[in-house]
Ligand binder design. Structure first.
Ligand code: UGA
Length: 432
């Protein structure tokens, strides 16, 4: 099928590449000419495992192309996906101006029947507004349908998630549009759930909020483990073995971050309030998440007493492993707090240093060339992101380089018993 994706960010680019991979003809549109030029030149603006190879392969096969022209995308495609950012506003509600702009731009060039699909994460009822906007700005009076098709991919494993989804949600009120959507997703061989548009929109916010709730739940349990001498890993295994609960998203740590959960939970709270049904439970989820990081810093402060002039190594800046995304990363918050208290911080991250620097997120921080370089002469090591390569580093080597064998593991990456066997003082989350 001929498809157009408006917006070449994480969701748009990965979706475009995966659609091309299964044989569709895909045009990716972006209004950032620099990004379009990069993509045409074969450069991928984000780090995402497997993405680069997939983009190159499908560009080579002439199934995937890039342009800044919405008109070209709309003219040459049967279905248009909107995958533009929906950033948060100071009050927690969502800034929908990019969605509105995309709807207007489509409307202006729309000549014949098209299905317009919203893939961005949006508040319930946005589909209705998109349809009204297209109707208002489309002088040609062309027929169209609006569909909601939320995306559930995770950064760091986006290609795998998109190629093997648990489910596809199609929110549609028109049979012709539903049939086209089913045809697009046929090659993915995943269960398809067809709903009304509002339900599809709500599924996305409700799913992300539930996952965040699971994280805050286990983080709260980890505090009770610390207070009682229990071990959070055992407790999470024991809870997670119940199929009704599941072990996924029960990893205690310094809290969730990234460009989705913090924004989406705030948005869901704002919508619930707007609809007169304030979702108080989610406010507690936010509070636990915020204080989880504060508690971790308090542990560091307590052990080091005064942070001023202490040499601290940081492993990890990204909000999770296998990505270069540092937006709303708890690791960055920790670094900045340590710097604010006068610590001398040297950080290492396999993929996140360039973007942290470019975005000016960690002023006053030194960058190391390797994890071992970061710990040279350090009085403490803080693990803030659970990159696999960190767990492969030998304690012996680490101890030889550090000034003091002291580790604060914010992601429960290392084995406490082994760390202590090697003479480290070791703090983690929810385990003695
Ligand atoms: C999340 C959802 O998992 C995706 O389904 C959704 O499509 C995406 O948001 C989105 O809305 O676009 P993502 O933010 O990329 O995906 O990454 P996650 O793997 O969900 O991790 C989010 C945060 O939760 C990270 O900071 C991670 O470290 C933290 N986390 C995750 C935990 O602290 N504990 C866990 O057990 C799992």
């Amino acid at each position: 099928m001929k498809l157009c994706i408006i917006g070449s960010g994480y969701v748009g680019l990965v979706t475009g590449a995966c659609f091309a991979e299964v044989g569709h003809q895909v045009i990716c549109v972006d209004n950032d000419q620099r990004k379009v030029d990069m993509l045409i030149a074969g450069e991928i603006p984000i780090y995402e495992p497997l993405l680069e190879g997939m983009v190159h392969k499908n560009v080579g096969a002439k199934r995937l192309s890039f342009t800044n022209s919405v008109e070209k995308g709309v003219d040459e495609s049967e279905v248009i996906f909107i995958a533009v950012p929906t950033p948060p506003q100071p009050d927690g509600s969502v800034d929908l101006s990019y969605i509105e702009q995309a709807a207007r731009e489509i409307a202006v060039v729309l000549k014949d029947y098209r299905v317009i699909v919203d893939k961005s994460t949006v508040p319930v009822k946005t589909g209705e507004k998109v349809a009204a906007t297209i109707r208002r700005y489309n002088r040609a009076g062309a027929a169209f349908d609006v569909v909601s098709n939320p995306e559930f991919l995770r950064e760091g494993c986006a290609v795998g998630d998109l190629m093997n989804p648990d489910r596809i949600v199609i929110g549609s009120s028109n049979e012709q549009a539903t049939a086209l959507m089913k045809k697009i997703y046929e090659p993915f061989m995943a269960p398809i759930l067809v709903t009304d548009i509002s339900s599809a929109e709500l599924i996305k916010h409700a799913a992300n909020s539930f996952l965040a709730l699971k994280i805050s739940y286990i983080n709260m349990v980890s505090r009770i483990c610390e207070a009682s001498g229990a071990d959070i890993e055992n407790v999470a295994d024991g809870i997670g073995a119940d199929k009704r609960i599941g072990r996924n998203f029960l990893n205690a740590g310094i809290g969730y971050g990234g460009s989705c959960f913090p924004k989406d939970i705030a948005a869901f709270i704002a919508i619930s309030e707007h609809l007169g049904e304030p979702f108080e439970l989610l406010k507690e989820v936010q509070r636990i998440n915020r204080t989880q990081c504060d508690r971790f810093i308090a542990k560091i402060r307590e052990a080091l007493w005064v942070l001023k002039d202490k040499k601290i190594a940081i492993w990890g800046l990204t909000f999770k492993p296998d990505t270069d995304d540092v937006r709303s990363s708890v690791a960055i918050d920790i670094v900045n707090q340590l710097v604010a208290e006068g610590a001398i911080v040297r950080a290492y991250d396999p993929k996140g240093m360039e973007k942290s620097q470019q975005m000016g997120l960690v002023p006053g921080v030194g960058f190391a060339s390797s994890p071992l370089d970061a710990v040279q002469d350090a009085e403490a090591l803080v693990i803030a992101t659970e990159w696999k390569e960190f767990s492969n580093i030998g304690f012996q080597e680490l101890k030889a380089l550090m000034h003091t064998p002291l580790i604060f593991d914010g992601r429960n990456l290392l084995d406490p018993l082994v760390a202590r066997q090697f003479g480290f003082t070791y703090y983690s989350i929810g385990r003695a």
